[in-house]
Design a binder for this molecule. Structure first.
Ligand code: HXC
Length: 258
């Protein structure tokens, strides 16, 4: 499949989606988001893929939603067109693990896209911000909801009210980013992490993702109940039998994703 605004590649069981509008620092427009959704759902349906990476260029993961397009919008356009839920939320349908590998700018919608992924790994060059306030808008793709859950209310208010940039070290300290790598090693390191994940039994990895994401949508006791039921269902899988037998027999497990 060829796209105009993204590139895709497959390395073993790992799929990589590269945001590719270099002339505008990967500003996110409708066509790009449609292509991203299509690629994500395609890899989710592909039995040969176990983990997906979304990345950008060295200079920018994505510098936000496309301001040139938004500048033309009025209230009727965004309300009637339900900007942005129509094509920004495809990523939430993906049931396999998705990693954001962030180099350079992840601003506005770029930061929000990274936060929609299951985890964020960053280059030491990464810069995160929610600068929308400076444009007379508020974050519109989850920034006011996911950022405080990731970094605390104090830090989210600071970032979204001042629009300032946060570097990779601050983002890791704050809990937004899981790990930082030197710029030149980012993709190699994230691919290795994605391969580790893709080599896990797929149904179990999907259940881990579903259970952790449920923690953000429910009460503690309901979440723990949900976890317990998923935990019980693991015992119906071949890969639980195989994983435990392999441990007992001191041999590598041969998972079949069943
Ligand atoms: C459209 C953008 C863009 C954007 C950069 N460009 N960001 N175009 N939308 N979000 C374009 C510039 O206009 C310029 O085009 C080219 O990319 C290179 O950018 P420069 O500004 O020349 O580069 P630099 O001086 O290095 O500065 C980089 C930057 C700056 C700090 C990232 O570009 C910047 O502040 N960008 C906007 C960041 C932002 O406000 N993001 C939030 C958007 S609102 P030309 O043609 O001049 O070469 C948002 C809302 C989300 O995301 C809500 C849900 C959808």
């Amino acid at each position: 499949m060829t796209y105009n605004n993204i590139l895709t590649e497959v390395d073993g069981k790992v799929a990589v989606i590269i945001l590719n509008r270099p002339q505008v620092l990967n500003a996110l427009n409708d066509e790009l988001m449609n292509e991203l959704g299509k690629a994500l759902l395609g890899f989710d349906a592909d039995d040969n893929i176990g983990c997906v990476i979304i990345t950008g260029s060295e200079k920018a993961f994505a510098a936000g939603a496309d301001i040139a397009t938004m500048a033309k919008y009025g209230f009727a356009d965004v309300y009637r067109g339900d900007f942005i839920s129509r094509n920004w939320e495809e990523i939430k349908k993906v049931r396999k693990p998705v990693i954001a590998a962030v180099s350079g700018y992840a601003l506005g919608g770029g930061c929000e896209l990274a936060m929609m992924c299951d985890t964020i790994m960053a280059a030491d060059s990464a810069k995160f911000a929610q600068p929308e306030v400076k444009l007379g808008i508020i974050p519109g793709a989850g920034g006011t909801q996911r950022l405080p859950r990731a970094v605390s209310k104090a830090k989210a208010m600071d970032l979204a009210l001042t629009g300032r940039m946060m570097d990779a070290a601050e983002a890791e300290r704050s809990g937004l980013v899981s790990r930082i790598f030197p710029q030149a090693d980012l993709l190699k390191e994230v691919k290795a992490i994605a391969k580790t994940i893709a080599d896990m039994p797929l149904l179990t990895a999907m259940m881990v993702k579903e259970a952790i994401n449920t923690a953000y949508e429910t009460t503690l006791s309901e979440g723990i109940h949900f976890e317990r039921r998923l935990f019980h269902s693991c015992f119906a899988t071949h890969d639980q039998k195989e994983g435990m037998a392999a441990f007992m027999e001191k041999r590598p497990a041969q998972f079949t994703n069943s």
